[in-house]
Every structure is written in structure tokens, then in C-alpha cells.
Design a protein around this ligand. Sequence first.
Ligand code: ATP
Length: 247
Amino acid sequence: MRDEASTGIRLDDVHLTLGNRAFHFDCGFERGRITAVVGPSGSGKSTLLNLVSGFERPASGRIEIAGRDVTDLAPAERPVSLVFQDNNLFSHLDLFTNIGLGIHPAMRLTPADRRAISDALTRVGLPGYERRLPGSLSGGERQRVAFARALVRHRPVLLLDEPFAALDPGLRAAMVELLVDLHAETRATVLIVTHDPRDVERLADDVIFIDDGHVLVKTDKTTFFQSHDIAAVQNFLGEHAFTRQSP
Ligand SMILES: Nc1ncnc2c1ncn2[C@@H]1O[C@H](COP(=O)(O)OP(=O)(O)OP(=O)(O)O)[C@@H](O)[C@H]1O
């Protein structure tokens, strides 16, 4: 029997076709670890996250989170928090409500919940923004609201799709540190899509490299950075591989 305590996420022989693209994932992610999801543009990184979050359903196969079969559950029923490129914020609701809905879908909030929302906005550098609407924010600010929502939700799985893409270098460094802190507090199982080897180096325990709809490499970070023999990985690492090579 599978050790449910150590299984964060499992995709069992999952097949999916989108347009003329076929995807196959058969892989697991250990509970409490941060895995960087990397690979060429269009390889299927977002699709992998969409399968875990429930925005895409497999044609066949099974998806488990913390030992529970979630294959047929809607996104809202899955124990996951999301920080996606389009942030999934409700444009007609203020930031307090957008974050509050992440805690309780009917907004039945305790005084502690209300404080947690304001604290989370402060932690992402948006103190006092409770009544602002998403449309009045920049892309980077909306991204930070998505982070604030993840901070208050405390779900066992956190999925991030290029979460630093819209941030300038200073903010980006602050958000990376925030993610490190958030993970230390929650020990969530984290999948983070990134195009930047520095994110892999700073954040990841493990790396999964997706190529043309399937898993090319899945390994711990140290082994990944030593995968000099795999051309696609070398392409991804680029100059980063060069600077890391020992003399
Ligand atoms: N609903 C859809 N219908 C048809 N094709 C789709 C659909 N969703 C995704 N695709 C295609 O599937 C492939 C994988 O897309 P996906 O967004 O997972 O790639 P990605 O690795 O995240 O890319 P990027 O790094 O550019 O964001 C792409 O070729 C994309 O055009």
C-alpha cells in the first residue's frame, strides 16, 4: 500500500489531448517539497498544473492529492492554492473580499480571519489596499494579491505558474523570500513553473523537466544541475550552467 503520509501529489498514467497536442504524466511529488516545473515554451508545464488544480480533466488516469483521489473533483473542491499568471481575481470584488473568499466561500469570517487578510496584504507590500478593486492595480500588484490569498488559505498544495514574471527585480527578490517563508510555515507541497534557473537554485528541492507533453527528467536539484548530457536541460540552463561549472 502506498505511504499516504509522504505522498503530496500523484498523477497515475494521466493522458490528455488538447487540440493536436498529446500529454502523458505518470509522476509523483513528495509531500512538503518544492518542485520546479521547467521545460521549453509550449511543452506542457501549465497543463500539468491545470490537471492538478482541476481546470483540465484527464481523458484517462487518476490524480491523487495527499492520498485522496481528486480526479473527479472541481477546482474549488481540491485542497490547493493557486498563484497563476491571470491571478484568477474577481474583477467586481475588492481585494479584501477576493482574499476572504479564499478562506471561506460564503465570507463567514472570524475577527482573526479579518486580521489575517489585512496582515497578508501588508506582508505582500499592499497595506491598506483592502477596498481597492483588482482593475485599479498593476499586473505585479495583482500577482501579489494572489500571493496574499495563498498566505491565508493554508492548503496542503500550492501551485504557482510563473509567479514572479510581472515583478521588477527588487519586488521579485522580496516575493521569492516570502515564498520561502510561506513554505517554512506551511510545509505545503509546492509546484512552481519557472523559466529562470535562479528560481530553481533558490527555491527548489526537486526539478521536473517537461518536454513535448511528457516528463523528460525528474530528479533532485543537485542532480538536475549536473545533467550536462541532456541537451534540452543544457538549453534551459544556458549561461547559468556555464557559471556553475567547476574549473
Ligand atoms: N485548450 C487548448 N486547446 C488547444 N491547445 C492547447 C490548449 N491549452 C494548451 N494547448 C497547447 O498545449 C501546449 C502546452 O501548453 P502549456 O500552456 O501547458 O505550455 P507551457 O509549457 O506552460 O508553455 P509556456 O512556457 O509558453 O507558458 C501548447 O502548444 C498549447 O498551445
